[in-house]
Design a binder for this molecule. Structure first.
Ligand SMILES: [Zn+2]
Length: 338
């Protein structure tokens, strides 16, 4: 099988489920041009008006934001309050926990976000034995370990909104648009209903990592490098997806099945955002995308009660041999980058 990469950003083509490409360029790069044609100011004015009209006097809250405490959570909350007139006391944060070890940076950032704006927060802890059972099942059967919790991360803020009769839930980036699965940068998520609308803030403000980090930094967001508990490997940055250590295995297992993980996702985004060259991105991908963070692997195995040998055997079973080959140290690597 020929391994193709996007002419513009260097991302591997044709392996991300449901992704599209045209003329050797990934849809995410095509969407970059679409993004420049959107009238963002008009969308921002619309949202301010929408929020005014959707205040709900019969509930204590007007909006729900599902948060991890990461940079995107900070950026969403900050913009809703500072740019769209949402009162902090009318904004309810919902944090869905997993059973992995939280990082110091993650704990600090969530606490800092809540204190900065003085908001109510629900920690939604899911039944721990069910978490372990479901994670093991999707790991062993599909090498898609966090399938269950990812669905819960989305579902629980909506359930809370319905229970409290809160009409709007905010999410961050419009992932299908940003990652080149869809050409549409719509405002509402498809699960919006009469009861609850789900809005992507990334469809109101042009989403970028650089912008989210800037917004988050303004309210005191810290990165992994500000703490000493986790020197993360196999990553292109120290500020995205930093809350939960074992969670990283969700990303790394994508490398095994599809030949890319977070380093590719991030580095190619940096190219689209104009802060990295394609050559730099390709270098990062070659050097780091295959690396499995040892702390994350250990935390993952400990949490779901499996040995590292069992982990490795399952990875070998699912490894995409069209894309990957083992190097002399026993690591799976992309065939075209070894
Ligand atoms: Zn591209």
């Amino acid at each position: 099988m020929d391994i193709r990469i996007c002419k513009e950003c260097g991302f591997i083509l044709g392996t991300r489920p449901n992704s599209k490409d045209k003329d050797g360029v990934c849809l995410a790069c095509h969407n970059k041009d679409r993004k420049n044609q959107i009238n963002w100011q008009e969308r921002q004015n619309w949202l301010t008006q929408y929020l005014k009209e959707r205040k709900n006097p019969s509930s204590n809250y007007d909006v729900v934001v599902g948060v991890s405490g990461g940079k995107d959570s900070c950026a969403i909350v900050k913009r809703l309050i500072e740019n769209h007139g949402v009162e902090p006391s009318r904004l309810l944060l919902v944090h869905v926990m997993d059973e992995f070890t939280p990082s110091k940076a993650g704990l600090y950032n969530l606490d800092n976000l809540v204190k900065t704006f003085d908001m109510d927060l629900i920690h939604f802890r899911l039944a721990p034995k069910t978490f372990v059972k479901e994670t093991r099942k999707s790991f062993f059967e599909e090498l898609h370990p966090l399938k269950w919790i990812e669905a819960q991360l989305y579902a629980k803020p909506l359930e809370v909104a319905k229970a409290y009769q809160i009409p709007t839930v905010f999410m961050g980036e419009n992932f299908d648009f940003e990652y080149g699965v869809s050409e549409e940068c719509g405002i509402f998520h498809s699960s919006s209903s009469d009861e609850v609308n789900v809005i992507f803030l990334g469809s109101i403000w042009p989403y970028s990592n650089t912008d989210s980090l800037k917004q988050a930094r303004q309210i005191g967001f810290k990165t992994l490098s500000d703490f000493d508990d986790w020197q993360r490997q196999g990553s292109a940055d120290d500020y995205t997806q930093i809350d939960s250590i074992g969670y990283m295995m969700q990303h790394w297992t994508k490398f095994i099945k599809f030949g890319f993980q977070r380093v590719s996702d991030l580095a190619c985004r940096f190219v689209r955002e104009g802060v990295m060259s394609k050559e730099q991105a390709l270098r990062l991908i070659k050097d780091k995308d295959w690396v499995c963070d040892p702390a994350a692997k250990k935390d993952f195995c400990r949490t779901i009660g499996i040995s590292e040998d069992e982990f490795n055997a399952t990875v070998d079973k699912f490894a995409n041999k069209d894309l990957l080959v083992k190097d002399e140290n026993g690591n799976w690597r992309r065939r075209d980058l070894i």
